[in-house]
Write a protein of this length. Structure first.
Length: 371
């Protein structure tokens, strides 16, 4: 392959565990395509530790505004708490930088539409980290399903059943609508059901429940949903932080095969299993096996896809209407759970209480300090 034409200048905003543990290795893996030039953190001690890890040539800043003015990066990676994402993403877009932001990209559909407007004004793009889409097993499964190779999708299950203790929720911004946007529906299960939507396509209807069973939080600690897809498939979605035996799982039953993914925080090819229906010939089923190349789901894989888009001047995957559909699914799940009514795709817009906030101002779920 010919060398890439230019190395993109990258800045990171937030230097905590997700940036040091996931974004920095991704940048190093693509060192021929990117150059880390700056880091931003309000905590100078944490910033200094990150710069030692990343290399002293990385300039340090305590505000995103001063960094953008001084550095003018091509790409900004954002790994701060969720309540900061919208403001920081819009600032980077206004400075002409592309953005790759940790999930959730923002805390409401109203905020998402602000980001979309900033994209339109700047010509730059903002993508959200949904790294599970980019492993080779997921790419292969999506190609098979979209191409009709497994037959029509009929039934699906998606579960994020994890465990988080009271110490986890002692971090001030967790479990609060204003700072996290919600509970496991927004902060944990979003990765898995984003992959489900990526594999099955447009959803059309959600019926849901949510509960606060254990943790003293504003938001839920478990939610469940029944989902109808445009292609007719029906699915269940479970998001939990109450489950001692932790697992992340997707199962899709199609007319000719069942495809299953079982993992925890990331998948490889071996985590995908295909089971042919009895009527399917062995030769046909053999063609479904996962590809020879084994690309783990990771920030590294997603960053590569984003850089490919940057080089070609195309909208990156995991941005725009595609990523909005995942956030809209979260809003619809909350609205259905809190109102007891089914919610249809496209049904939440300006004027709807669930458009500016995931809790929708519902008296049983709105922030406790609310009048």
């Amino acid at each position: 392959m010919p060398p890439h034409p230019v190395r993109r200048r990258v800045a990171v905003v937030g230097t905590g565990a997700i940036v040091g543990g996931s974004h920095l290795p991704a940048l190093r893996a693509h060192a021929d395509r990117v150059e880390l030039v700056a880091a931003v953190d309000v905590d100078q001690e944490r910033l200094g530790a990150f710069r030692e890890l990343a290399g002293e040539e990385v300039a340090g800043y305590t505000s995103i505004g001063s960094m953008l003015d001084a550095v003018r990066p091509d790409l900004v990676l954002i790994g701060t708490p969720p309540s900061l994402h919208r403001e920081q993403t819009v600032a980077a877009l206004k400075a002409g930088a592309w953005v790759l932001c940790e999930k959730p990209l923002c805390l409401s559909l109203a905020e998402y539409d602000e980001i979309a407007a900033a994209e339109e004004a700047s010509g730059a793009y903002a993508a959200v980290v949904f790294q599970h889409r980019y492993g080779s097993g997921a790419v292969h499964a999506r190609d098979l399903i979209a191409g009709g190779e497994l037959g029509a999708p009929r039934v699906a299950h998606c579960q994020t059943t994890w465990h988080r203790d009271t110490d986890y929720y002692a971090v001030p911004w967790r479990g609060r609508w204003a700072s996290e946007g919600g509970g496991p529906t927004m902060g944990h299960g979003i990765h898995q059901y984003d992959l489900l939507l990526h594999l099955l396509g447009r959803w059309t209807e959600v019926r849901a429940m949510a509960a606060r069973l254990v943790h003293d939080t504003e938001s839920e600690d478990v939610s469940t949903a029944l989902v109808r897809f445009e292609n007719g498939a029906l699915a269940t979605v479970v998001n939990s932080v109450l489950s001692p035996d932790e697992v992340s799982r997707i199962r899709i039953d199609c007319a000719d095969a069942t495809v299953e993914l079982t993992h925890l925080y990331g998948h490889r090819n071996d985590d995908w299993v295909y089971t042919a229906a009895p009527h399917v010939a062995a030769e046909r089923a053999a063609a479904w096996r996962v590809p020879a190349a084994d690309v783990p789901s990771s920030h590294t894989a997603q960053l590569g896809a984003l850089l490919d888009a940057y080089d070609s001047g195309a909208r990156p995957p995991g941005s725009g209407p595609d990523a909005r559909a995942t956030l809209e699914f979260a809003a619809a799940l909350y609205k259905s759970a809190f109102t007891g009514q089914p919610v249809h795709a496209g049904g939440i817009g300006p004027g709807d209480p669930f458009y500016p906030a995931m809790h929708g101002g519902h008296p049983d779920w709105a922030p406790k300090e609310r009048a």
